[in-house]
Design a protein around this ligand. Structure first.
Ligand code: HEC
Ligand code: HEC
Length: 406
């Protein structure tokens, strides 16, 4: 005789099983590693850990373009600021920063900022291939600001943070007085509206568009994204003596179809983040707590995650950059220049990773120490700055020890 389950009993079993069927047991999550795998190995300026052989080759090829000293034959000028990326981005290794600054100018009146575009503002080109082309800060300018070179370590990881992640972080509750907004910019390379994240004003969203801007505006090499040579203080007649208005762009693709802006972009995209500055000690741990407690972390977000990415070495990584990549009104600390989505007093929260390798801080390099940089914080950061001044000397040292460990 067959063993049969009574009908009522079978129904009961089905009913009990239904919720289980509707929600299949999820697979056990992979065990979370206690310490995330390092994204960098050893020194500054290395390629990203996990880059494939082809990506390492692209890194190496791009580094040559990044380091090369351009000449008149390769397109330098007519007006420019230096002759290689490395000249400014060379400390403590290629891909870093330096004490070098560039100059921005404009005219501010009644709350309206004019970048003096017709006089080739707002970026000054401080050098020229011929004395007749030498630019000056025009007398019309009543705002002049210097901008320190920013480091490029981990740029690929910063680029790989999805816009939505930056926006979601921007929408989290913040202490009274702290606001911050995303820098919506038009990406020159794609024409898309994107969240800007590179530069003191978060003026570019992608490494490629920054590369095009830098190659043209810092070195004077016209390229497909920035095809027009800058005219000295806007004087097209002077420019025409050296560059024909119909001349082809200088940055032409190589046999594999890549231009210099693509190759240097690859180099920066595969550049590892800075190695940690110092080991964790009781002092750095105490400093880390203070950093959150006095509100530094409400702008200097300790980490943001990258999303899915065709490049595995950039996909789903925890990026410990210590920045929300937002624009904040910094009051008196602002540089007075409106640019892209940033108003005159708005600045991008500086990423704090790699701080130990730096010798000067803030947008114009005015601060010789991290402590001096904190004391200059104003505007939305005023409460946090004031809380810092109320720490005991030992606590202040702990906070600085933490900053130097990043
Ligand atoms: C004359 C010095 C100088 C040269 C030459 C130069 N840069 Fe820069 N770079 C700067 C300065 C200054 C900044 C910050 C500019 C700003 O935000 O206004 C910067 C910022 C950047 C950034 C943004 C990094 C970030 O997150 O803020 C990138 C990317 C960059 N440069 C790439 C390049 C590349 C590629 C080259 C060569 C084609 C180059 N730079 C040449 C001075 C220079
Ligand atoms: C309201 C947002 C905000 C708060 C709060 C804030 N910062 Fe900043 N921080 C910024 C911005 C924006 C900059 C860049 C300002 C500039 O150079 O014009 C910056 C720059 C810095 C720099 C210089 C980095 C560099 O690349 O030169 C350091 C160091 C720093 N902050 C540390 C701190 C510490 C420590 C605290 C807490 C006491 C703090 N910040 C609180 C927004 C903030």
């Amino acid at each position: 005789m067959k063993h049969r389950i009574p009908t009522t009993c079978a129904l009961l079993l089905v009913c009990l099983a239904l919720p289980l069927l509707a929600q299949p047991t999820p697979p056990a999550p992979p065990p979370a590693p206690a310490i995330p795998p390092p994204l960098t190995s050893g020194n500054f300026g290395k390629p990203l850990v996990g880059a494939t052989t082809a990506q390492l080759a692209a890194f190496t090829a791009g580094s040559k373009d990044f380091n090369i000293r351009e000449t008149r034959q390769t397109g330098l000028g007519p007006i420019f600021n230096d002759d290689s990326c490395l000249a400014c981005h060379g400390a403590p290794s290629a891909g870093g920063s330096s004490g070098k600054t560039v100059t921005r100018f404009g005219h501010s009146a009644n709350g309206v900022f004019d970048p003096l575009t017709s006089l080739d503002g707002s970026l000054l080109h401080a050098r020229a291939i011929d004395p007749s082309l030498q630019e000056v800060v025009p007398s019309e300018a009543n705002v002049v600001a210097r901008r320190l070179t920013t480091p490029l370590y981990g740029a690929g990881l910063i680029e790989a943070i999805p816009d939505a992640t930056i926006i979601a972080n921007a929408n989290l509750p913040k202490p009274v007085g702290v606001k911050g907004h995303v820098a919506l910019v038009t990406d020159v390379a794609t024409g898309e509206s994107r969240v800007g994240r590179f530069g003191w004003k978060a003026q570019h969203a992608t490494i490629l568009s920054f590369s095009g801007d830098a190659l043209n505006n810092e070195i004077g090499i016209t390229n497909r994204l920035f095809p027009k040579a800058a005219a000295p203080n806007g004087n097209e007649v002077k420019l025409a003596c050296f560059v024909s208005p119909t001349a082809p762009i200088e940055d032409q693709p190589d046999a594999s179809g890549l231009s210099e802006i693509d190759r240097v972009s690859n180099y920066m995209r595969f550049l590892a983040p800075p190695p940690v500055g110092a080991p964790i000690t009781p002092a750095t741990l105490a400093g880390q707590k203070l950093f959150a407690f006095i509100g530094c972390a409400s702008c200097h977000t300790p980490s943001l995650n990258t999303g899915q990415n065709a490049i595995a070495a950039l996909a789903n990584k925890n990026v410990q950059l210590y920045s929300d990549l937002l624009l904040h009104d910094m009051g008196a600390l602002g540089d007075g220049i409106a640019q892209a989505a940033a108003g005159t007093t708005e600045m991008r929260t500086s990423p704090l990773w790699g701080l130990s390798a730096r010798h000067n801080y803030l947008h114009d390099g005015r601060a010789a120490t991290p402590a001096a940089a904190i004391l200059a914080h104003a505007g939305e950061a005023a409460a946090s700055q004031s809380a810092y001044t109320q720490l005991t000397p030992v606590q202040q040292q702990q906070l600085i020890a933490f900053l130097r460990s990043l």
